[in-house]
Write a protein of this length. Structure first.
Length: 278
């Protein structure tokens, strides 16, 4: 699933394509929005909150979308069209007067709301490190509210801090030396939140730094643990381990860790299936 920095960079790409442009045509291909026509409205901006994309339009309307696991957006230049083989996956079409067209493919979430009521869709989310009004203290307060919760689960909960996904949570916990199952009460939460904010901002704002945690941009060496199951830890050489996700259980996401560099609680083999391939 794309993370907050992924969606932020997507918003900037969509801005370059259609921001400030009046829409010549729109086509929303979901049952809930099929009768909505956005033609004639101007694209004011693409805003984000965590993993949520908010396409703000003139006239107090917002197109709200979420990529989840399968969704994507692409923008075609004037005079170009999306390949016909992909048209069946299209859920949103926004064609600007200049001819550039934004296509949303396989989007599982498509809503249209008044911009003044965006809070109904994203108001439950925690603070977003990519916002100018980032409130680190509030993120710390929310994460710390359940002291016995495993720290990985607390970080992944978008109600605590918006924008962190599996990749960042696994990498951050390696960098801080915490087992993913360490209770929140045993973690320096302010230090962890500071690192999370710095990581997301660097990834989103600095070209060439997108989701690189090791400082090495070579293929397969950008991350310390994520996606490296069975390979030697870059610090100590211990094989990285992975536990598979339990479907429909938000507390049990796919998790990578180094058992040497991240001492502490380990997953129970009766509750999780350990694997050595990622």
């Amino acid at each position: 699933m794309p993370e907050g920095d992924s969606v932020y960079l997507l918003a900037r790409r969509l801005d370059r394509g259609i921001k400030g442009r009046r829409l010549a045509r729109s086509d929303l291909r979901t049952p809930k929005t099929a009768t909505v026509d956005l033609a004639g409205r101007t694209v004011v901006e693409h805003a984000t909150h965590g993993k949520h994309l908010l396409t703000r339009l003139s006239g107090d309307l917002t197109l709200h979308t979420h990529l989840r696991m399968q969704g994507s957006w692409t923008v075609t230049r004037p005079g170009r069209q999306l390949p016909s083989r992909l048209m069946g996956d299209v859920r949103v079409v926004l064609e600007a007067m200049n001819g550039a067209t934004a296509y949303g493919l396989l989007l599982p979430v498509v809503d249209v709301v008044h911009t003044s009521r965006e809070g109904n869709l994203v108001g439950h989310l925690g603070p977003d490190p990519l916002h100018d009004g980032w409130d680190a203290a509030e993120a710390v307060r929310r994460i710390s509210a359940v002291p016995q919760r495993p720290v990985a689960a607390a970080l992944l909960d978008q109600r605590n801090i918006a924008g962190l996904g599996n990749l960042w949570v696994n990498e951050l916990l390696f960098l801080r030396g915490h087992s993913p199952w360490t209770p929140v009460a045993e973690v320096d939460v302010p230090a962890l939140v500071r690192l999370a904010a710095r990581a997301l901002r660097t990834s989103a704002f600095h070209p060439g730094s997108y989701q690189v945690t090791t400082g090495n941009q070579r293929q397969g060496e950008q991350h310390y643990v994520a996606g490296r199951a069975g390979r030697g830890c870059l610090r100590c050489g211990t094989p990285i381990r992975v536990v598979e996700e339990i479907p429909h259980d938000p507390e049990r996401r796919r998790t990578w860790w180094c058992p040497t560099c991240q001492p502490g609680p380990q997953p129970g083999t009766d509750r999780r299936r350990l694997a050595t391939s990622g």
